[in-house]
Ligand binder design. Structure first.
Ligand code: AMP
Ligand code: FE
Ligand code: FE
Ligand code: ZN
Length: 299
């Protein structure tokens, strides 16, 4: 036995739960192994691995989880709401779904393939403006993980054109000028597919106005009726007022509320466990799931 067991309370008597983190299976910089070890090292009791549009990191994270850490397997689905013009992209976290559910697998495969086409097109736009970045090199650097703009940002850094990932997301770079839409999943379909696979859908950073346009409350009301289980409130991209608004809406609709770091390693400055989820919300996610179970402390 080790001194630190699963769901061991911290000094304040709290179990520390972070339900949103990325690995090299998408646009994080820690391998799945490094991610679970770092989670425990930072004092987390529960971590969810939620790479963009893939379950590709699940096995490695599961095999490497250290004593004291419970792993929640999930993903962050690239979705879109087509009920307004132009349509609005949004992210849906899915937890504990069956990774072999055929329709869901087909959608994730389609979205990842579309991301490659889009990435290559963004590179073509850059090259047309005389910016020397190479698609094959960017794709190879992603190492088989889901490709995203952060990988293109690294190429801009390597080329000495920008100093940081954040700078690469400025409007005159990937934030706007060289931004192309992704071929996302209709958000109602995504909610249905996650539920159908026994998973639990939670909307990521629903009020993050600093990321771009956000969806109206009326859509969240409709999604709740369609099976959405919760809203992520505590997130670095939400202002205090936005967090309060999310909590109020969740309370009104009977949705659970989460808090998460959305850790991306060196691609962002936020640290693992910077925002956490209350045990009651975590338990509601477990109770609502029937796809795969959590992977408890191996130690
Ligand atoms: P994509 O999925 O290809 O559209 O890229 C979006 C990803 O880029 C997000 O998941 C974040 O990881 C990252 N990202 C978005 N905005 C920023 C930013 N301002 N600074 C750093 N990373 C960002
Ligand atoms: Fe990301
Ligand atoms: Fe997100
Ligand atoms: Zn994320």
């Amino acid at each position: 036995m080790t001194s630190r067991q699963s769901e061991t309370p911290d000094h304040a008597g709290r179990v520390r739960i972070d339900l949103h983190a990325h690995s090299t299976a998408s646009d994080g910089t820690c391998t799945p192994e490094e991610l679970v070890r770092a989670a425990r090292a930072t004092g987390l009791d529960v971590l969810a691995i939620t790479d963009h549009d893939t379950t590709g990191g699940w096995e490695r994270a599961a095999a490497a989880r250290p004593p004291g850490l419970t792993l929640v397997r999930g993903a962050e689905l690239s979705c879109r709401w087509y009920g307004t013009e132009p349509s609005i992209p949004l992210h849906l976290l899915g937890y504990l779904f069956d990774p072999e559910s055929p329709e869901l697998v087909a959608e994730l495969t389609r979205v990842r393939a579309a991301r490659e086409v889009r990435g290559e097109r963004i590179v073509e736009l850059l090259r047309a403006d005389g910016i020397d970045v190479d698609w094959a090199e960017i794709r190879d650097a992603a190492g088989g993980g889901t490709v995203g703009r952060p990988h293109i940002a690294q190429a801009l850094i390597r080329a000495g054109l920008v100093a940081t990932t954040a700078e690469a997301f400025a409007p005159h770079w990937l934030g706007e000028r060289y931004r192309l839409p992704k071929d996302d999943i209709d958000v109602f379909r995504a909610v249905r597919l996650i539920r159908q696979a026994g998973g639990v859908p939670v909307m990521a950073h629903p009020r993050a106005t600093r990321r771009g346009r956000i969806v109206p409350d009326s859509l969240i009301v409709e999604l709740a009726a369609a099976g959405l289980a919760g809203l992520e409130a505590e997130h670095e991209d939400h202002s205090p007022a936005e967090r309060d608004a999310v909590r109020a809406l969740a309370a009104e609709l009977g949705l659970l509320v989460t808090g998460s770091s959305d850790f991306h390693g060196a691609h962002k400055s936020v640290r693992l466990g910077a925002y956490t989820t209350e045990v009651e919300a975590y338990e509601r996610i477990l109770a609502a799931s029937s796809g795969v179970g959590v992977l408890a402390d191996p130690g």
